[in-house]
Design a protein around this ligand. Structure first.
Ligand code: ADP
Ligand code: UDP
Length: 261
């Protein structure tokens, strides 16, 4: 499958059309950005780690009945996905308070939340991705009510699966962000989990030391970001090699099956 035309260049990934109008190629670049794009860098190997990470996680969720957009892992930095009509909403699930919620509400950093807290942000870089309520989402028709209900259920399920998966390898899933889109084929509509789930989009802390194993290493200038991502990947058995930079030679993970719709 060849890339045809770049239709979107986001802060960390590029989307390309293919010969099949209902499929896109998602390229994971090495670009890192934080603070609405104000801090930027290129981190060798990040695209490859995140691409393989994302494929592993999507496949894990797929095996647990979560519909997602991944069709196939193509190579180190490319995945083939279903082309979706994306909801303009970022869904954040928090198991502990940290990051923007502490800045907004002055809550204690690291506070354990009694039950997962969902927050929704409008995807609009010019507006700085503002926090929106479910009432806003419905009033402005960014999602229909049944879609929002289904997504709320999926968020709980995804959080449960991922928390269990990470806990099993000694990692606390503090928070994460996901996106969804509408998929339509032969008049049949489906909601699918889209975009990526990787250490770029999650906060992951070591259970014993609280060491940050996610993009906060970049946001806070802690260094060794790729090494931290690799550590998570090794614990999950996604990555088998021990070398440092650019360690991921493409090997098709056995877990990733081709799921044709
Ligand atoms: P950002 O938009 O935050 O800078 P990225 O660099 O991750 O993000 O760019 C990827 C873009 O592709 C995002 O806008 C995302 O919503 C979109 N996207 C992800 N999955 C799909 C999909 N299956 N179909 C269409 N668009 C998608
Ligand atoms: N997140 C993301 N993309 C964004 C904003 C947030 O993947 O554009 C993730 C982030 O990595 C964290 C969670 O969503 O795991 C919550 O982020 P928060 O709202 O605390 O924002 P931040 O502190 O990153 O500004």
């Amino acid at each position: 499958m060849d890339k045809f035309k770049e239709i979107a260049k986001g802060k960390a990934k590029s989307m390309f059309t293919t010969s099949n109008p209902s499929e896109l190629i998602m390229e994971f670049r090495d670009d890192a950005s934080a603070f609405d794009g104000k801090k930027r860098a290129s981190l060798a190997g990040k695209g490859a780690v995140n691409n393989q990470f994302n494929a592993f996680i999507m496949d894990y969720l797929g095996d647990n009945g979560v519909d997602h957009h991944l069709i196939n892992l193509m190579d180190n930095t490319h995945s083939l996905v279903h082309s979706l009509d994306m909801f303009p909403i970022e869904c954040v699930i928090r198991n502990r308070a940290t990051g923007s919620i502490c800045r907004r509400l002055g809550t204690e950093d690291g506070l354990i939340l009694e039950k997962p807290l969902f927050e929704f942000f409008l995807k609009d870089d010019d507006l700085g991705d503002p926090l929106v309520s479910t009432e806003h989402i419905l009033a402005f028709k960014w999602m229909e009510k049944d879609e929002l209900n289904l997504i709320n259920k999926e968020l709980n399920r995804i959080n449960d699966f991922l928390q269990g998966m990470f806990r099993g390898v000694g990692i606390k899933l503090v928070d994460f962000k996901v996106e969804f889109g509408r998929y339509e084929k032969n008049g049949k509509k489906e909601i699918m989990l889209a975009d990526e789930i990787s250490p770029d989009t999650c906060r992951l802390w070591d259970v014993n030391s609280d060491k940050k194993l996610d993009k906060d290493r970049f946001r806070k200038g802690l260094g060794n970001l790729i090494e931290a991502y690799q550590e998570v990947a090794r614990r999950l058995d996604i990555l088998h090699e021990q070398s440092n930079i650019r360690p991921l030679k493409y090997t098709k993970p056995q877990a990733v099956k081709i799921k044709k719709k």
